[in-house]
Design a protein around this ligand. Structure first.
Ligand code: NAD
Length: 257
């Protein structure tokens, strides 16, 4: 399976799932455009390393996904966008009556509105190229809820709805639009929470992972960024050409409960 000659734009890809997905797309031969809101030397180094490791073209484009104009500028600066992975996302946990307005606005903007802007900006180019793949990284929280995550759950449900709509608008074209719904994924962010949780509960690493962190994930295993990348590569393959407007859960059985 090769994505040689295709260019993939991955929002929020200087760490975690976005970087994992970018790596798997590059491994499959795609040129990749990394993104985040920062503009540090290490962001550009990440792109150079991917280019070297997988013999593809790679660049880093700074753009703040909380701003509509930046989202659209990212697609323009990328030069091409055959594959769009909407991944940038943040979280805030709070009861709804105490939820800070600025956190609500930021989560809705970054986790949901950015998908609207990037998809709107990328579709004309996909139509002109006669091929396109859109993969929105939603969440198990796009299909189900947890308390204290009102903005995140609302945004991710919105992403799933938007995914279905765009799939219907492109159904007769060689373009697909799907969402991946991960459960708990072992990213650096999650890894960093393990020591504190071990101390808080007086438990060992494995016990914290299985009994506290993965309490809702029946497999009691984290999904990995490589597995999410592999799922994205599959959705970009010819085998997935008739898969559109749907969600693929990578959640160890969470949403089967
Ligand atoms: P992460 O914090 O490692 O990655 C988030 C990425 O988004 C980073 O690259 C960050 O720089 C970028 N980002 C944040 N704000 C941005 C902004 N304003 N503009 C541009 N980029 C911005 O977290 P992650 O776990 O890799 O999450 C990636 C996506 O996967 C998110 O949409 C998240 O909701 C989703 N997700 C994660 C999990 C999990 O368990 N880790 C589970 C389900 C869904």
């Amino acid at each position: 399976m090769t994505l040689e000659g295709k260019t993939a734009v991955i929002t929020g890809s200087n760490s975690g799932i976005g970087l994992g997905v970018a790596r798997e797309l590059a491994r499959a031969g795609a040129n990749v455009v990394l993104n985040s809101f920062t503009d540090r030397e290490e962001d550009h180094t990440l792109a150079a390393e991917l280019a070297r490791e997988f013999s593809v073209k790679a660049q880093y484009v700074q753009a703040d996904m909380s701003k509509g104009a930046d989202c659209r500028a990212l697609i323009e600066k990328a030069g091409a966008c055959d594959i769009l992975i909407n991944n940038a996302g943040i979280q805030h946990v709070s009861p709804i009556d105490e939820f800070p307005q600025e956190k609500w606005d930021a989560i809705i903007a970054i986790n949901m509105n950015s998908n609207f802007h990037t998809m709107a900006a990328a579709l004309p180019g996909m139509r002109a190229a006669g091929w396109g793949r859109i993969v929105n990284i939603a969440s198990a929280h796009g299909l189900t809820a947890s308390p204290y995550k009102a903005a995140y759950v609302a945004a991710k449900h919105g992403v799933v709805g938007m995914t279905k709509t765009v799939a219907l608008e492109t159904a007769e074209e060689p373009i697909t639009c799907n969402a991946i719904c991960p459960g708990y994924v072992l990213t650096p962010l999650v890894e960093a929470q393990i020591p504190d949780t071990m101390e808080k509960y007086g438990m060992g690493r494995e016990e914290v992972i299985k009994k506290v962190m993965l309490e809702r994930q029946p497999s009691r295993e984290f999904a990995t960024v490589e597995q999410l990348g592999g799922t994205a590569v599959f959705l970009c393959s010819d085998a997935a050409a008739q898969i559109t407007g749907t969600t693929i859960s990578v959640d160890g059985g969470w949403t089967a409960l």
